[in-house]
Design a protein. Sequence first.
Length: 95
Amino acid sequence: MTESEVFESILGINEIQVDRVEWQDQSLHIYCSSIFSEALCPNCLNKRQVINQIYERKFRDLPITGKEVYLHLQRFIAGCCGICPVKPVLPHQEG
């Protein structure tokens, strides 16, 4: 089992994959991204595959082995039907 797979198991979030892990003196940074390549528009619910911009959100999680833990999650802003305002969304799996 790789280090990324260990942290994916610890996090227990099926919709993300761990891209890399950085151990620092006082902290641990876990960089994650979605396993999905598209998202649903929050207004019209159309699938959105065109990515206009990717940005990162950083969340602090509970400590592991005395180190502060930070999750870095990529979110994207995608174009839609042209009618809806463009909003940041998390990639989505079709249910």
